[in-house]
Design a binder for this molecule. Structure first.
Ligand code: AMP
Ligand code: ZN
Length: 482
């Protein structure tokens, strides 16, 4: 039976039962990176949250179609259309072409997500590959009288779209102060809150290298229009779930809704979900603020990317999380304990005859209680702290009474949970013990069976010299790395 999911919808500010538009399918759009620099671990926290969402949908039995854009043009240094294009500024700083910068940081992003076991979107599409679609969407807005042109740009007229603040629940006047600078820059703008759909290659953008012809002259698209164009192109409109970080609620997603719903008159997405920030010393981790870390910076201090993934799972995605090295160390320790446990389960099977799996079913308690608790956790708006707690309850129960569950069912349960957790528990067995050590352990087991204790002890020392400790448990040999 399919698991019923409840997901928190920013639009209604409530947990809603997930009801897909098409039976057994889920269309998911997640806003992608602006590829002008390495992703910091704050960005990566959001991508881990989205990965957990996708994995949970899959776990619940849905066939997910996941679409993500890559912002390689048009994202200005302020989300509210102020300043310079982030890509062009970086290209100038690094003395490389803007296309080079996009390629380089897109690759870096793909490497980062792979290191975090984040599943790659089925469609990963750069803004610059969808210029035609963006232009036709703007033309549609013109036809509806929602877009207008000035000598510098094309804008969306927010006074023509009544639902503009429905996601943010802000007063429209609250946005005025932020946009004041831009009004000063373009005196022909109708309202301060209007946002750019297309920038002309004039004024401060005269030297902009990325440019395309359009009905409004050479130029480049604004940042928000790409997501409206790409999501609808690959998922239709409406689609099921749209996500991003909480900073997107007031500007980027408000603008996406305005563009898509203004153009087509139907909702863009059914559910809007937002991941909370990763903080550093109490403030949002941000590239502009200077205080940020990349996965490489973590690796330099000896932390694995998966330890960071584990850390992310310890907080609910809608709670802010303050990053500290202590919390990352604690996450790494927990992950090591978990991998040691998984390894010992695998080693148990390899060396110890399968008598455990021959215990009559009646003598083995069912794992169902834990599976159900895990399902309850993940299906309740992705409560990963709860899901992790269930994992540890199961490990503790097994350690207390290893006869209660068969090794096989333990492994199956953990692998099943890992479909959502994405910690790579399955692979932990592979790297665990080199073949040479395994052979020695097998030889020692054989010596023990023949009661040749002297040989068994010599082999234990030999194994130790290779960095492994053999522990004899009622189940047989357990191998752990020293
Ligand atoms: P950007 O590459 O700047 O477009 O951001 C990529 C994603 O990271 C967006 O969904 C942002 O909302 C998200 N984001 C940015 N800063 C943080 C942070 N400190 N914590 C969590 N998510 C963040
Ligand atoms: Zn977007």
């Amino acid at each position: 039976m399919k698991i019923k999911l409840k997901l928190y919808d920013t639009l209604t500010r409530r947990k809603e039962a997930f009801r897909p538009l098409r039976k057994n399918r889920a269309g998911l759009y997640t806003c992608g990176p602006t590829v002008y620099n390495y992703a910091h671990i704050g960005n990566l926290r959001t991508y881990v949250f989205e990965d957990i969402l996708r994995r949970t949908l899959e776990y619940a039995g849905y066939r997910v179609r996941h679409v993500m854009n890559i912002t390689d043009v048009g994202h200005l240094t302020s989300d509210a259309d102020e300043g310079e294009d982030k890509m062009e500024r970086e290209a100038e700083k690094e003395k490389r072409s803007v296309w080079d910068i996009a390629r380089f940081y897109t690759d870096a992003f793909l490497k980062d997500i792979a290191r975090l076991n984040i599943k790659k979107a089925h469609v990963l599409s750069p803004a610059t590959k969808n210029i035609r679609e963006q232009i036709s969407l703007i033309e549609r807005l013109f036809k509806k009288g929602i877009a207008y042109e000035t000598s510098q740009a094309v804008y969306f007229d927010v006074s023509r779209f009544p639902g503009y603040t429905k996601l943010s629940r802000q007063k429209l006047s609250a946005k005025k102060t932020r946009a004041r600078e831009e009004v000063a820059a373009d005196p022909e703008k109708r309202q301060a809150q209007d946002f750019a759909l297309w920038f002309k290659r004039v004024g401060k953008f005269s030297n902009h290298t990325m440019r395309w012809p359009s009905p409004w002259g050479d130029g480049f698209p604004g940042w928000h229009i790409e997501c409206s164009a790409i999501s609808t192109k690959y998922l239709g409109q409406p689609f099921d779930i749209h996500t991003g970080g909480t900073d997107h609620i007031t500007v980027h997603h408000a603008n996406e809704i305005a563009q898509s719903e203004g153009a087509y008159g139907t909702p863009l997405a059914r559910i809007w979900m937002h991941g909370e920030f990763l903080l550093i010393s109490g403030s949002k981790m941000a590239k502009s603020a200077g205080g940020f870390y990349t996965l490489d910076a973590l690796a330099e201090k000896g932390f694995s990317p998966i330890a960071f993934r584990y850390l992310v799972l310890t907080a609910h995605y809608r709670s802010q999380m303050n990053f500290t090295w202590e919390s990352l160390s604690a996450a790494q320790r927990s992950l090591e304990r978990l991998s040691n446990f998984v390894r010992s389960l695998h080693e148990t099977k390899s060396y110890i005859p399968k008598y455990r799996d021959r215990i009559p079913v009646s003598g083995i308690r069912s794992l169902e209680k834990y599976s159900m608790a895990f399902e309850r956790g993940v299906s309740d708006d992705l409560n990963m702290p709860k899901a992790l707690a269930v994992v540890w309850e199961l490990v503790t129960a097994y350690n207390k009474n290893p006869d209660a569950f068969s090794v096989k069912s333990m492994r199956a349960a953990l692998n099943d949970f890992d479909r959502v957790l994405g910690l790579g528990l399955k692979n932990m067995k592979k790297k665990a013990v080199p073949a040479r050590v395994k052979t020695l352990v097998a030889a020692r087991e054989s010596a023990r069976r023949k009661r040749d204790w002297e040989k068994a002890d010599a082999l234990r020392e030999k194994i130790k010299s290779l960095g492994y400790l053999v522990k004899d448990t009622p189940e047989g040999a357990e191998i752990n790395k020293l």
